[in-house]
Design a protein around this ligand. Sequence first.
Ligand code: PHE
Length: 470
Amino acid sequence: EETAMVEDAILGYLATHEVIADSGQFAYEHGLDHNEVVNVIKSLHGFRFIDAQDIKRETWALTDEGKKYADEGSPEVQLFLAVPPEGSIWMDELQKKLDPSVFKIGCLQAGKNKWVDMGKQVSRKVQHVEDKVKNLLIQIQDGQTSVSIYSLIGLIGLSNSKFLGGPVDEQGGDWKELEFKEYNFNAKGPPAEAGHLHPLLKVKDQLKNMFLRMGFEEMPTNNFVESSFWNFDALFQPQQHPARDAHDTFFLEAPSTTRKLPEEYVELVKRVHEDGGYGSRGYGYEWKREEANKNLLRTHTTAVSTRMLYALAKQPFAPKKYFSIDRVFRNEAVDRTHLAEFHQIEGLVCDRGLTLGDLIGVLHDFFSQLGMSNLRFKPTYNPYTEPSMEVFSYHEGLGKWVEIGNSGVFRPEMLRPMGLPEDASVIAWGLSLERPTMILYGISNIRDLFGHKVDLSLIRRNPICRIGIN
Ligand code: PHE
């Protein structure tokens, strides 16, 4: 009965609100039992009706010592008040007026704060002091959470200060009266200073090894700036293609155009766009060199693949397997699954007589090593591949098919102007590095993984990458 009521309250609230940020707060505001609320959230989550996350909140409670200071004032203020406003007081007299521990801590702190002059006689150095420690303690007592880390550190120092007694006289045996903190042999040492790899780098490294084991060579991806020619035109992507539009592409202001393109090849690319050839009708539009010259931040690593295939075509033909993993840029609205810059994984195989069957086989090989052996393919369109397939994998956690990559067989309109032989074909695929990394590390918002909002302790804490172990 209680459960049904709590369930109604939660689902009713979520019908009009996007999130319940804090179950404790929610229970309090709706007069519900927090344990019951947590139980209901867990069961709704189990049935996948809602998405829920554990949050932890630290609360601070005062020790007995803290309570005393919240009531009576901090030791340093107690000490200060025990010193007369004018003139001075003998040290031993002052000591008699105060609790031993209050006296000890008070002397230390009031001295440090430069509130009093301390010698055989003690006198005030300032007229008025503010009891910040007491105020903070009261705030903590009232459950106010706005206490800054700095102040808390101050308080911790204070409650330990009884262990910071004066110099110990070993001959005299004073140490026998002193209170010592016990050794804690179970305490961990301070964490070692060390660099830590970002999850993306760990997954990248694993993928790199995977490609290398499969006999792929890495392509050089160090050019983030590319010309439109290599990013689009050489890929048979028409100049009016919406992806070239400034909405999707970051164009460079300076230098805004490329200085050098391989002229003979440019001529062949122009011709295939305008009139076709190699069995194609082309696009039948007037191809403009100015468009091809425009510099941009590469929108995909297929620009690199294109350069590599062009270089390959200059050599006597030999089969090749290439891969790359590096950064690409798209002028997209940023949300929980999109960033304006991300990483692409790309693989290609170039050989005589490759077919769609080879592509499907290679994709199965590749993705099963990532732990995704249940694949499906869906026809799609890329200007530079035909046929083209989106790759889907069944996601156990989400209970549905999710898109994990794009692939295809490069068109003759792309390969033949480069000079590759007629019977050579190239199968290729691409996917983002962020997608598998987020799945492996259980991260649901891409901004938690990459960019200026990343929590650095995530990078320190995250475990080693375990592709291929499961
Ligand atoms: N370049 C494509 C993308 O950016 C991926 C791809 C690579 C598709 C190779 C087909 C072949 O999404």
